[in-house]
Design a protein around this ligand. Structure first.
Ligand code: NAD
Ligand code: IPM
Ligand code: MN
Length: 355
């Protein structure tokens, strides 16, 4: 029996509600495929911040550095400024553990309705590869002349050759492994005159090493329009930290609901643990009601299984939630149903046994 030690950080809001369902489904998969999970819980959250003045203890990162993976819900809640909560927990994990790939699949599943007329399952099936360690999310900058009429805020973007090339390489490799072998780059080199022309230059250089891949690039503004108009066009889409963030909420919206979207924050070299979390946040507007969609968390769990080397179990989890969604009896309100978070989690866990 394989055993894995997983650091669990439910975090805030609906993170606390969907993480137990993710664990329920992974335990069910574990029973079926002979995998044992040791779930090590860390109650780091905005509540912790209010009690201790910190999102996590000073040695927090050390405490999770040797786990096989991190399973996270969501971070951030009204009452603590987002830049405090996120830069005190989520972003340090992504950076310290060099999780420079944020991999976010976008797929319209049977039983889920796209808000776009005429778009059906099979039409929307692509991967967003988001740079996750640098770019627009930089600490360089500051505020000046505060309190005067000259006050200003400045924030620099950082695009290193190392950081740009490694995310582009990952995206080309992923495209290489897909039947369509098509990679789209999100850019804005017409308006952002230093970093984005540099991104395009590195993209073109990398493309030369992958002659079998069809590439194209769009400025981010029209790319968002194309996501809505022609979602069928995309296979793998690579973008900077901010562009990838925006596209990875838009993609799932086109595929029905942000509630099902998963993500993997990967350290491909496996020198540090990778982290698996849904794309969505803590959803303060529905937190505490028990109606959050747990599929984003469950699907993130499937990505974690895959990463840990259990492709068969990952496939079973994916088939399990796909079959529950296709049945359409048990759907949470964001998909037009009446089911609770727990009812959906239990249905998927049962389905894993026969998937
Ligand atoms: P959000 O994703 O939390 O919510 C946006 C909307 O989507 C809300 O109407 C919410 O009810 C709905 N929604 C989200 N997940 C859902 C689910 N599983 N089921 C049903 N409906 C769902 O985004 P927001 O409102 O911009 O952010 C709220 C907080 O979460 C903020 O503090 C933000 O910084 C944080 N956040 C954290 C993460 C993360 O931890 N990775 C990601 C995004 C936002
Ligand atoms: C995400 C979130 C985070 C991000 C926020 C909460 C910092 O939106 O994981 O997509 O922008 O990376
Ligand atoms: Mn986001």
């Amino acid at each position: 029996k394989t055993k894995h030690r997983i650091a669990v950080i439910p975090g805030d809001g609906i993170g606390k509600e969907v993480v137990p369902e993710g664990i329920r489904v992974l335990d069910a998969a574990g029973r079926r495929f002979g995998i044992e999970f040791e779930w090590d819980h860390f109650d780091w959250s905005c509540e912790t911040y209010r009690k201790t003045g910190r999102m996590m203890p000073a040695d927090g990162l050390e405490r999770i550095a040797r786990h096989d993976a991190i399973f996270l819900g969501a971070v951030g809640f009204p009452g603590v400024p987002d830049h405090v909560s996120l830069w005190g927990l989520l972003i340090p994990i992504r950076r310290t553990f060099q999780q420079y790939v944020n991999l976010r699949p976008v797929r319209l599943l049977e039983g889920v309705t796209s808000p776009l007329a005429g778009v059906k399952p099979g039409d929307v099936d692509f991967w967003i590869v988001r740079e996750n360690n640098e770019g627009e999310y930089s600490e360089i900058g500051g505020r000046l002349y505060t309190g005067t009429e000259h006050e200003m805020a400045v924030q620099e973007s950082v695009f290193t050759r190392h950081g740009t090339d490694r995310i582009l390489r990952y995206a080309f490799e992923l495209a290489q492994s897909r039947p369509a072998k098509h990679l789209t780059s999100a850019t804005k080199s017409n308006g952002i005159i230093h970093t984005m022309p540099y991104w395009d230059e590195r993209f073109a250089a990398m493309a030369k090493r992958y002659p079998g891949i069809r590439t194209d690039q769009y400025h981010i503004d029209i790319l968002t329009a194309h996501f809505v108009r022609y979602p069928q066009r995309f296979d793998v889409v690579v973008g900077s930290n901010l562009f990838g963030d925006i596209l990875s909420d838009l993609g799932p919206a086109v595929a029905g609901t942000i509630g099902i979207a998963p993500s993997a924050n990967l350290n491909p070299e496996r020198e540090h643990p990778s982290m698996f979390e849904p794309v969505h946040g803590s959803a303060p507007d529905i937190a505490g009601k028990g109606i959050a969609n747990p599929i984003g968390q469950i699907w993130s769990g499937a990505m974690m299984l895959e990463h840990l080397g259990h492709a068969e179990a990952a496939g079973a989890v994916e088939r399990a939630f796909a079959s529950v969604l296709a049945d359409s009896d048990i759907l949470t309100p964001d998909m037009g149903g009446k089911a609770s978070t727990r009812e959906m989690g239990e249905a998927v866990a049962r389905a894993v046994e026969r998937a």
